[in-house]
Design a protein around this ligand. Structure first.
Ligand code: MN
Ligand code: MN
Length: 287
């Protein structure tokens, strides 16, 4: 069950009307990196998390995100309310509030409707916590942009509080991953990776610009200087409905009927030019 406390989590007091900044703030109300996305992401994730302590954390943070959503909504309301009525000026008329009305709406700063596609969750606590760290990074970055654009000290103060909390959440999610031993271990789940797990493919190539670091060096990785395909040519496409340029029939290229009823050409040149004389290791020297 839910209770709602009418007091705000943190004061939001804006100095005056600024409908254009209010429209930018919609990014954190109904946008991809916004508070509704965060609240519904952590809330939804909490249902499938087995670990009770981590489930409790996700529920606490989800409710905090709803409190943030309320703060952002109040800010947008204040920034647009004061621009309505007698002071409905050109600035107000240039924003979506002039047709949608004052106060927040579940759209982003460009008027695009909020969508559940923003919610990143599903089935495994490590997968979810990693998505959550990325989500908090997005939220923090949007708040930084908004702090720089904030029209008054009151708005800036509230936005710095909101930015700070996203940093706190990031830390909590990292500690939760650490408690599972999954902060620095890339593996999770129940399927063993194959033998390519420690290969680094040098696929963007330019000699001295092929840079090295711990992400492509021993002991974690084997650097493959000149990667080559390990696979063969894919099967020829057989699509009886595709356009078969009349000349095939017209020029009498021999065809045969196979059991599937599909017509295919005999002596397909693609069947003949594969060279597998070198072994896979010769084609993929590993340093
Ligand atoms: Mn938040
Ligand atoms: Mn957060």
């Amino acid at each position: 069950m839910f209770y709602h406390d009418k007091k705000l989590m943190y004061d939001v007091k804006v100095d005056g009307a600024d409908p254009q900044f209010a429209q930018l703030l919609l990014e954190q109300f109904g946008g991809a990196t916004g508070e509704l996305t965060a609240a519904l992401t952590y809330w939804t994730q909490s249902f499938h998390v087995e670990n009770r302590a981590i489930r409790d954390m996700l529920q606490d943070i989800a409710i905090e995100e709803f409190s943030h959503l309320e703060m952002v909504g109040r800010m947008i309301e204040q920034l647009t309310e004061k621009a309505s009525g007698a002071v409905k000026d050109a600035a107000f008329k240039s924003t979506l509030f002039t047709v949608r009305g004052i106060g927040p709406h579940l759209v982003d700063s460009q008027g695009q409707a909020w969508t559940a596609a923003y919610v990143n969750e599903g089935g495994n606590v490590v997968r979810d916590l990693r998505a959550d760290i990325a989500a908090e990074a997005g939220a923090r970055q949007t708040y930084e942009a908004l702090v720089k654009l904030a029209p008054d000290e009151g708005s800036k103060k509230a936005l710095v509080f909101l930015l700070t909390r996203e940093v706190s959440h990031t830390h909590m999610f990292m500690k939760a991953l650490e408690s599972l031993g999954k902060l620095s271990d890339p593996l999770f789940g129940n399927v063993r990776p194959d033998e390519t797990v420690d290969l680094y493919f040098n696929l963007s190539k330019d000699g001295p610009l092929d840079m090295r670091g711990p992400w492509n060096s021993e002991p974690a990785f084997r650097f493959v200087e000149r990667p080559e395909p390990q696979g063969q040519l894919p099967q020829d496409v057989e699509n009886p409905d595709d356009e078969r340029h009349g000349h095939h029939q017209a020029h009498g290229i021999e065809t045969q009927r196979v059991e599937t009823g599909v017509t295919r050409e005999v002596n397909n040149p693609a069947d003949q030019h594969q060279d597998f004389s070198r072994s896979a290791s010769e084609r993929n020297p590993i340093e």
